[in-house]
Design a protein. Structure first.
Ligand code: 5GP
Length: 253
């Protein structure tokens, strides 16, 4: 059997050529990295959970008319996606202060922001994904003014959807990052949500206790990451509630 062609390998995912033109297969690894890959670990089960959770969020977005690259889940770790031209920006939406904005502006973690704030980082690991202004984006030609307006509108729709879905299961959406890609259809180009939406790229706090259920658990050594992601998956009903993570193959009599 011919080996399939690897298109790109990132920190948490691998992209392979898809079965049909215009498609890719996105494979979710168990690798976790933080602080621009200075901290690394393999966390058993993370890839399976993120594949499921990203499927759940992307399917929901597609259903309410927010276009995404997601086509279908193929198996435990892989999903079929549309090939898109990724805009080299991380689009971040914040509802409450945390992480880099809390540090930059001296805000208290968890403080409500006056309104959702959309910000952009230039996707370049060697520079640590620096924050950029809209002026930079247009001047360097990463996106046009129209694209920028469309990206902000798309990001805010994703925010409303995710915040609502999360609140419904007792989770506060503090912030998240998405990536956006271009899809060409004849003479038209449209922007779609790409990459992944998972607890790797969101901050999720339990509404009542404030417990962190996202990658900060790994970044800050707050406990078991798989348990945190499993809790999110269970609450959303994307995994049966009695799932346990066997660390080794188990013989069943
Ligand atoms: P911050 O700028 O506060 O570090 O991150 C804001 C939000 O975007 C957080 O939810 C964080 O997880 C997400 N985020 C920022 N940069 C990255 C990145 O390079 N990869 C991933 N997966 N998420 C990111």
């Amino acid at each position: 059997m011919a080996r399939r062609k690897k298109i790109y390998e990132g920190k948490a995912k691998i992209l392979y050529e898809g079965p049909e033109p215009g498609t890719y297969v996105q494979y979710f690894k168990d690798d976790a990295t933080a602080f621009n890959a200075e901290k690394k670990a393999v966390i058993e089960g993370k890839g399976v959970l993120n594949n499921r959770l990203s499927e759940f969020f992307m399917t929901g977005l597609n259903t309410i008319g927010v276009p995404t690259h997601f086509l279908k889940r193929l198996n435990m770790r892989e999903q079929l996606i549309r090939q898109v031209e990724i805009i080299p920006l991380e689009v971040i939406v914040r509802n409450f202060a945390a992480g880099s904005i809390a540090k930059r502006l001296g805000l208290e973690e968890g403080a409500a922001l006056p309104r959702p704030i959309v910000e952009f980082s230039y996707k370049e690991d060697s520079l640590g994904d620096p924050l950029v202004t809209e002026e930079y984006i247009i001047a360097f030609g990463w996106a046009s003014q129209q694209d920028l307006d469309d990206m902000i509108a798309l990001a805010l729709r994703v925010n409303d959807f995710l915040a609502g879905v999360m609140y419904g299961v007792g989770i506060k959406l503090i912030d998240f990052k998405i990536e956006i890609g271009r899809v060409y259809e004849g003479d038209f180009m449209r922007l779609v949500v790409a990459d992944e939406i998972s607890p790797d790229s969101c901050r999720l706090w339990d509404v009542k206790t404030g417990q962190k259920l996202d990658k900060d658990v790994f970044r800050r050594d707050l406990g078991n990451l798989t348990d945190a992601y499993t809790e999110v998956a269970k609450r959303l009903g994307v995994m049966p509630s009695n799932v346990t993570h066997a660390t080794k193959p188990t013989l069943i009599n």
